[in-house]
Design a protein around this ligand. Structure first.
Ligand SMILES: [Fe+2]
Length: 355
């Protein structure tokens, strides 16, 4: 049943030697239907220099491990040849194993002669084709894995956010409001960023490091003294230490670590300056500050929206990236950004009115 053979694949006036390994009767019939019985009968399998140009490995009767081993052996023996595998299954682990072992192209055992002919033509032209049915299960498995991974990331983030919420004075409403505002502002600056799930996750979990700050400091009904500020300033580093082992997308850690950096370099924890601060953190820090100013805290009442906006404007180029502040003001002017407190249009107009 299993034997070696070889065929010539006719095409474009030149014939490409094909070597068939582990060929079953059905695969020989398939190849004969694809390239012609005459070509099959006349096959020699190597060119004048003794090299195979196309090697077909018939893996239809081989177990997965045998199939991968057969492809690896063929690749070792025919290093420069295109390597077409007739596979019995499209199981993702097998497909991945065959490609890793050196397969150039794959066709299913029930491929039609036309599909085989097209695949051989692609291989000859240096543009290998892989039958969609061979990769579909792999793509589906990858998509499922991606969805599971996103669900897991989101569950981790929600859990971390809940931990901070249980301890800090901020509420989940604040977290979601600041995240919503950050996405709207990001859309003004870089629409791709606004759509990214990792940007949203980073915003939601930015203050996770506060779980390392004593509640007496977090909820102190007065301004912090210098020693207390020193503890508070550690929360970005603590937060980065918390999220790093979780294998979340890198942007999450970037926002956690750098959301208190300042454009003029006077921020913390690293004193990064200007565009050395990741863009996502520059965008988020404007929104975080705006939200914080317009929210009531244990030691002060909320600032009116127009005053908060004026403060952000005044800090442009010092605390905040002037480009990002301009984007905020442009988005507000054009109605594409809604502040959490924009609920009161009169206050926004007051800020927009000169003098
Ligand atoms: Fe923070």
């Amino acid at each position: 049943m299993v034997h070696n053979g070889s065929v010539y694949a006719p095409g474009g006036g030149t014939q490409t030697p094909i070597t068939l390994l582990w060929g079953t009767a059905s695969t020989r019939s398939l190849l004969a239907a694809a390239v012609g019985q005459t070509a099959l009968d006349d096959a020699v399998g190597v060119d004048g220099a003794g090299r195979a140009h196309i090697v077909v490995v018939d893996a239809t009767l081989l177990h997965s491990g045998e199939a991968v081993a057969a492809v690896a052996a063929a690749r070792a023996e025919h290093a420069d040849a295109a390597l077409l595998v007739v596979a019995a299954s499209a199981e993702p682990a097998l497909v991945g194993g065959l490609l890793d072992a050196g397969a150039t192209s794959l066709v299913p055992a029930d491929a039609t002669p036309e599909q085989v002919r097209a695949t051989l033509a692609g291989v000859r032209a240096g543009a290998p084709l892989v039958d969609l049915r061979m990769v579909r299960p792999t793509l589906d498995a990858y998509a499922q894995h991606l969805m599971d991974s996103r669900r897991r990331d989101r569950a981790v983030i929600d859990s971390l956010a809940a931990a901070v919420e249980a301890k800090d004075v901020v509420t989940s409403r604040h977290l979601h409001e600041v995240s919503r505002l950050a996405r709207q502002l990001a859309a003004e600056v870089d629409p791709d960023l606004a759509e990214r799930e990792d940007f949203l996750l980073g915003c939601l979990v930015h203050d996770v490091g506060k779980i390392g700050v004593p509640e007496a400091i977090l909820a102190k009904p007065a301004a912090l003294d210098e020693a207390e500020w020193a503890v508070m300033r550690r929360h970005p580093i603590t937060g980065a230490d918390v999220v790093r082992p979780l294998g979340l997308p890198p942007m999450v850690e970037q926002i956690v670590l750098h959301h208190h950096e300042r454009w003029d370099g006077a921020g913390y924890p690293h004193g990064l300056r200007a565009r050395d601060i990741p863009l996502e953190a520059r965008i988020f820090s404007v929104c975080d500050a705006l939200e914080a100013m317009t929210a009531t805290r244990p030691y002060r009442t909320a600032m009116p929206v127009h005053a908060a906006l004026a403060e952000v404007h005044a800090c442009s180029g010092e605390q905040f990236d002037p480009w990002v502040v301009s984007a905020l003001e442009r988005g507000l002017d054009r109605g594409r950004i809604a502040l959490t407190a924009a609920q009161d249009p009169a206050q926004v107009r007051q800020w927009q009115t000169p003098g």
